[in-house]
Design a protein around this ligand. Sequence first.
Ligand code: ZN
Length: 443
Amino acid sequence: MIGTFEQVYLSVIIDPTEAEPGVTMHQELHPSALFSFAGNLIPFPDHNQSPRNVYQCQMGKQTMGIPVHAWHARCDNKMYRLQFPQKPLLKPEAYDIYKMDDYPLGTNACVAVISYTGYDMEDAMTINKSSYERGFGHGTVIKVEVVDLMEGIRFATKENRKTFARDNNDITIREFIGEDGLPYQGKLYKKDDPIYSYREEENKEYKIKKFKYVESAICGYIRIVESGADLGKTMIESMAGKAAATHGEYYDASPFVFNEKNTAINHFGELLQKAGYNYYGEEVLYSGITGEEMKVQIFFGIVYYQRLRHMIADKFQVRGTGPVDPATLQPVKGRKKGGGIRFGEMERDSLIAHGVAFCLQDRLLISSDLDSCKVCGNCGSILTVTRNFRSEDSFNTFRETCKSCPKKDQKIYHMQVPRVFCYLAAELAAMNIRVITEVKPPI
Ligand SMILES: [Zn+2]
């Protein structure tokens, strides 16, 4: 094991031909050791812009695929499973070494590169309806629900133990819970359906627990445990994938196979031409809406697509009004709490740059923590003005005065401020710092 600080002082070679006697100290076990596990699975990484490779190294870990084979024995909180995985037509050398065919994580998709309806803008794409209906990208989310009947019990005795059981006098739950008190395997459960029940010996009562998720789910395995996309050089992949499909073979997508003299485009172009296709992988397509022939040649090929496990339903965030922070009266943050998305300094700067002062005032004051306060015209304090009621019976007649100024000829102004400003003044006062506000009556 070589430490990271040690590494800089070592002479490590990749290929034996690079060896210098007396200088070379180590050699990589395999040239591919230059890349990480995730990096080794990228097809033609040497043809990509480097951020794309870094990005793919992150994404490869977030795809739906076949992560394990012991589905029934696992108790991971959440697992994702791709329903119809395929092996890629283009495999880097490492793909077989890592036995990735046992853990496939994508589908070969026929992709046309064209801007068509506008629904394909940015990184979006329009997908073929029947391909979706035949299961393209379909996946399953597997959640494990752990029920601990020993919770709160130190030693189980005949008197205090809890056991899975069903109250046979209650006919309504028979549809959902079996005789053993457990859910039926393979049954679809909806929100608030009874899912399991147990008997408490202590009070001889049956407790029924309900299914608490909004999205319905099918009950899978039950185990009882006793106590205890984007386009970089996807272009080459697309062409090569198409060539592989037409010739019925799997092609190598390892890095550093092609170079300036022997380019990938030429290699796969020739293969495509041999199969009767256009050299650059372009094809004539017809509009699916009108049936008309499109007037441009469209780049069309096969790309290995990965379905990521990020779902819009888990991410979207929207808020009109909602919870506010009790101290500052500003909207709270966080999707879970029904909060807003921060309008930060950079956003503020853009509005300033656009010169939209009223919009800025609306975002940062009116729609946020608008509050009013009283300012003493004499000393400029916003903390010392208090209300003095004329009599104890009437709260309608009062005079506002500044506690720290002489009673005579006081001028009190009402001012609109962000609530945090009052908060700031109070916090500073606690540290012996006085905030003076200069107020002029409006002209
Ligand atoms: Zn004052």
